[in-house]
Design a protein around this ligand. Structure first.
Ligand SMILES: C[S@@+](CC[C@H](N)C(=O)[O-])C[C@H]1O[C@@H](n2cnc3c(N)ncnc32)[C@H](O)[C@@H]1O
Length: 315
């Protein structure tokens, strides 16, 4: 990554795809820490559960592609969980910085992942090259995901499956903003009490136009969140997919998760110890069970935070 000076005028002049690449190249080094990404039981269970929600456990794959793969979180954890046994693994992303980390992560876990930098809306692969195409937390970066879904359809072989998980829904995302904002306000209020101000993370000072600040400011421009579950279902059908299913998940678990992440981002480093991590993970799992077993029956699916799209190309 170049360390040349960059100004707000430079990023204003970029088109959306250049912004996506610049922001994610910059974010690649800190991305996994920011989202608590790991390659262990916790994330393996998460990844495999997402796949198993929509694809039966006896399905096998020979050629797997992840689009918008980032640092390889989804592919690597699925492979470590045995869900991609024997398959060749490919990954593409608009950000070369992310793919460099992805390849390195793959190597560290004994996986050969072939990476090719490219745009999801013009995938650099031949028609019918894969029998499973996956994605995680990336179509919310596309203004209209329909074009990328058409491309994923094109590169799938007949009978192939598409699984895209971890995608924030339109209303789910709006609710999460309220949760984050209110958690932050409560935290700031509590830490104004006598003796508690030391809980706050020390300010890093103001830097108006340094390279990091300019790139960090792109975050609001690259996170688009413009779809509802019905829209995604419709786009998959329009692309030609036969079986199409959209499952939504995480309601209270997500509100809790964003509160936890907001507090973690606001407190002095080192203040929250392993007991906090246990508290957070344990309660997240309990609330996930509440969402799945109870609330799913009453609450409209569009209010849940995440969606999983599963679609199958006709054989
Ligand atoms: C939030 S990250 C998710 C990464 C990874 N899938 C994960 O779950 O950790 C979104 C990724 O989408 C990529 N991306 C954004 N726009 C893209 C596009 N038009 N084509 C391909 N990748 C894109 C970004 O570079 C970034 O790596």
């Amino acid at each position: 990554m170049s360390a040349e000076p960059l100004t707000y005028a430079d990023t204003d002049a970029m088109d959306l795809k250049q912004k996506q690449a610049a922001y994610h190249d910059w974010e690649a080094a800190s991305y996994e820490e920011k989202f608590s990404i790991s390659y262990d039981e916790r994330c393996i269970e998460y990844a495999v559960d997402r796949l198993r929600k929509v694809v039966p456990a006896d399905a096998t794959f020979e050629r797997v592609l992840e689009v918008g793969a980032g640092t390889g979180f989804f592919t690597i954890n699925l492979a470590l969980g045995g869900a991609l046994e024997g398959a060749t693994l490919e990954a593409t992303d608009i950000s070369q910085g992310m793919l460099d980390v992805c390849e390195r992560n793959g190597r560290e876990h004994g996986l050969a992942i072939t990476t090719t930098q490219g745009d999801a809306e013009a995938l650099p692969y031949e028609d019918g090259s894969f029998d499973l195409v996956i994605g995680h937390a990336f179509i919310h970066h596309l203004p209209v995901p329909g074009k990328a879904i058409q491309e994923m359809y094109r590169v799938l072989a007949p009978g192939g499956r598409l699984v895209i998980a971890g995608e924030p829904t339109h209303y789910g995302d709006r609710i999460s903003h309220l949760v984050k904002h209110n958690t932050w306000r409560v935290f700031m209020g509590v830490t104004r009490l006598p003796g508690l101000s030391s809980w706050r993370k020390p300010s890093s000072g103001s830097h108006t136009e340094d390279r990091d600040a300019v790139l960090a400011a792109l975050e609001d421009q690259v996170d688009l969140h413009t779809f509802r579950p019905d829209d995604v279902e419709h786009m998959a059908k329009l692309a030609g997919f036969g079986e199409v299913e959209v499952v939504t998940e995480e309601l209270t678990a997500n509100w809790f998760g964003w509160s936890v992440r907001t507090i973690e981002a606001s407190v002095r480093p080192g203040l929250l110890g392993p007991r906090w991590a246990f508290f957070a993970f344990d309660n997240y799992k309990r609330l996930t069970a509440l969402d799945e077993k109870v609330l799913r029956r009453f609450v409209p699916r569009g209010l849940f935070y995440n969606l999983i799209l599963h679609a199958r190309k006709p054989a």
